[in-house]
Write a protein of this length. Sequence first.
Length: 68
Amino acid sequence: MYSLREVFQYKNFWAIGAGAEIALGALYAMYKLEEDAEKIATCAIEASAEFHTSTALPLTKYCIEFES
């Protein structure tokens, strides 16, 4: 959700903010190897923190359960 209250739906994954390019690379690499979305997202954030100078840990995660 963006400042103009726009909501976008992405088919696979997306990243925004500092280090987004690095996070997208990690998401791309992990997407077909791992089924757990939380593990994929954590990997992307950790990669971004490792290689982007404006991104740092610690990481705070919030998981939301969805019903299908």
